[in-house]
Design a protein around this ligand. Structure first.
Ligand code: 3PG
Length: 306
């Protein structure tokens, strides 16, 4: 019997887990769960005899792949697959997939929600500022970026976007101003939301040189990955620019330094929360289960990333 492991250090909402189980049952697959695990050894033991794995930000490295004797497919229920060692998967003939777009709305809503929360000083009773009439720069105009543009427009913001993988027409058709130079985006926008993957090109790419061109009232929103920001540059921005604020879905490594020196100018989630909604869990979790069934039963390779 095909065995599917749901390995989620950060568990899905119950409705999503129930839905995944239903899809597996219908396909005649067995679902086993490893939730809230505390050590890599637990994951290593759990993968031993499974054919497929569904994960979130859980790390699937060479050691885990090598420990999975029957593994055929691993699906990242979400967008970013930087947590899977693709080379190790390919070397063992294991297919890796993601579920693009399925949790984007949750991330877009969180980005805007955090901007409003910081603008209103954490709802502490003091006077804040509004988003209406401000410029929103979208760095990476993919699924999240497009949803952010819609929300931002609804709030009366002026939207600019930069995406080196899209042509001008593809961005402008959404009523968004296309910037073809990344520095133009950062220099024109008070709020910049970063929605790019972490890879060898993007890691550390949000550096002082780029951030320092932001106008007065600069707020950077990172719901992507920690590694894309150069933390030395981030600290220099905080020190040099009293108007600069940083919002991040999970705290940077230098969070203590920021917290002790720059109160009121940052907000960090305690753990990655972008996709942490019931709807996103259902969308991404069920999509992952369906992709596994489609691959095992029919060899459907859609969304393969390796
Ligand atoms: C993603 O890449 O889809 C998001 O970062 C969500 O990650 P999570 O599933 O760990 O919440």
């Amino acid at each position: 019997m095909t065995k599917v492991l749901l390995a989620t250090d950060k568990p899905f909402a119950k409705a999503a887990v129930d839905g995944i189980k239903e899809i597996c049952d219908k396909a005649g697959f067995e679902l086993v769960k490893l939730e809230k695990y505390t050590s890599k050894d637990q994951l290593k033991a759990a993968v031993k005899d499974v054919d497929a794995i569904i994960i979130r930000s859980d790390i699937i490295d060479k050691e885990i792949i090598d420990a999975a004797d029957n593994l055929k497919i691993v699906v990242r229920a979400g967008a970013g697959y930087d947590n899977i060692d693709l080379a190790a998967a390919t070397a063992k003939n294991v297919v890796a997939m993601n579920t693009p777009g399925q949790n984007s709305n949750a991330v877009a809503e969180l980005a805007v929600g955090m901007m409003i929360m910081l603008n209103r000083n954490g709802y502490n009773g003091s006077s804040g500022v509004e988003l209406r009439g401000k410029t929103l720069g979208i760095h990476g105009f993919g699924n999240i970026g497009k949803l952010l543009a819609q929300i931002g427009k609804g709030l009366g913001m002026k939207i600019h976007a930069y995406d080196p993988f899209l042509d001008k027409a593809a961005i402008e058709k959404d009523g968004v101003i296309c910037e073809t130079d990344i520095k133009e985006l950062y220099s024109k926008c008070q709020y910049v939301s970063v929605n790019i993957p972490a890879n060898s090109k993007t890691k550390g790419s949000l550096n002082y040189e780029l951030l320092s061109v932001m106008p007065q009232g600069a707020t950077l929103v990172n719901t992507a990955r920690l590694e894309i920001i150069d933390e030395a540059g981030l600290l220099k921005m905080f020190a040099d620019r009293k108007d600069f604020r940083y919002i991040s879905d999970v705290a940077p490594n230098c969070k203590d330094e920021i917290a002790s020196n720059y109160a009121g100018r940052f907000f960090f989630t305690p753990k990655k929360m972008g996709a942490q909604t019931e709807e996103a869990n259902i969308n991404a979790g069920l999509a992952a289960a369906k992709q596994i069934v489609g691959f095992i039963k029919n060899g459907d390779n859609t969304f393969k990333v390796n």
